[in-house]
Design a protein. Structure first.
Length: 328
């Protein structure tokens, strides 16, 4: 901490580009009854943070205005009703906000132990994407071993996590990405096929591979209709974002003829009890995959906290492959 009782944190008081990020000093508070205070080792940078910075994705009611949806670090203090965690524990946590800081507060049910074999720093890159992929691909999409899974944005934070989790589960993975280098990373992480969407039509590639059973999409726009074309009978399309827009034109006939399910969700606004349920499921199934070396954090770039604007410029440009981390 920079001064006694104070810590440094990043906010975006005025909407704008990366330069809108501001380094502030905040007072250290006592954790609430069920909260865990974490001395932050690293914070993950996620695309939704850039939408918050632009003023189009405000924090939910009661959440910190400090940016950041995930951290790793060491427990510094716990509230009186916290049962599992104690000072000194090495953890990572999903947050509704407040991660880009030296000190973060998490609800006890959103905290997980640092998995063995992952550095404390890299553990910051796990919660947001692992929870999102679990909730959308494994729960809503009900991906089964042996099925074929199509993931767009395969080289991004969500994408690199989704490829590895689906492969660990025994699914066949097809990924799309915007360059040959990114496609090579997708294959290295477990994708059987990686399509450079700038050079080839993923619909043809998926059809040649026998179709997809589950699609995780964050692109929307013209991908919506094309995703429906990719799905096999009984297939599931799960939307987690709309980088190319959410007002789309689709032919709904395939939904009827192939008995498709179209669904989607957000993570941040879910109730604490729901996040605790997801945390328990993730710890039971995904943590052993991580500890067995089947899933790693692809930490592409690490910036000091005060250079959060550089981290945002990088994620804005999609120049990264994997996760970007901030270190206080
Ligand atoms: N609903 C939820 O619960 C939830 C939770 C977390 C994140 N999200 C959303 O999921 C998305 C991904 O998040 P992230 O943190 O993984 O971001 P990220 O690391 O920036 O990954 C996004 C990827 O998509 C690709 N992409 C960007 N624009 C594209 C386009 N127009 N067409 C095709 N591909 C495009 C990018 O690289 P290339 O184009 O070079 O391949 C990039 O690799 C974001 O939109 C985020 O808001 C949703």
């Amino acid at each position: 901490m920079s001064e006694h009782g104070m810590f440094r944190a990043i906010t975006a008081p005025q909407p704008g580009g990366p330069e809108a990020l501001v380094l502030e000093r905040r007072e250290v508070c006592e954790p609430g009854p069920e909260d865990v205070r974490i001395r932050v080792a690293a914070a993950g940078v996620n695309k939704p943070d850039t939408f918050q910075r632009m003023g189009v994705y405000p924090p939910p009611k009661g959440a910190s205005d400090v940016l950041g949806l995930e951290v790793s670090g060491t427990v510094d203090a716990v509230g009186p009703d916290v049962t599992r965690w104690k000072t000194g524990d090495e953890v990572c946590a999903l947050l509704p906000g407040g991660g880009y800081a030296e000190i973060a507060i998490a609800h006890q049910g959103s905290v997980l132990p640092k998995p063995a074999g992952v550095s404390l720093r890299d553990a910051a890159g796990l919660p947001e994407t692992v929870f999102t992929v679990w909730a959308n691909v494994f729960e809503a999409g009900a991906l089964r071993p042996g099925e074929t899974f199509l993931i767009h944005g395969g080289a991004g934070g969500i994408g690199t996590t989704a490829i590895q989790m689906a492969a660990a589960h025994g699914a066949r993975v097809i990924a799309t990405a915007g360059s040959d280098e990114k496609c090579a990373l997708c294959r290295e992480l477990g994708a059987e096929i990686a399509v450079n969407y700038r050079e080839a039509d993923f619909v043809d590639a998926v059809a040649a591979a026998g179709g997809a059973d589950v699609v995780l999409d964050m692109v929307g726009g013209d991908y919506a209709d094309r995703n429906l074309k990719c799905l096999n009978t009984g297939g599931r399309l799960v939307q987690i974002a709309f980088l190319k827009g959410s007002r789309v034109e689709i032919d709904m006939m395939p939904i009827m003829l192939k008995r498709l399910t179209v669904t989607g969700s957000t993570l941040r606004a879910r109730p604490l009890a729901e996040k605790a349920r997801l945390a328990a499921a993730v710890e039971k199934t995904v943590w052993p995959w991580i500890e067995a070396g089947k899933i790693r954090v692809v930490a592409d770039a690490v910036f000091p906290l005060e250079e959060a604007a550089k981290a945002h410029a990088l994620i804005d440009s999609s120049g990264h492959a994997g996760k970007i981390l901030l270190v206080p």
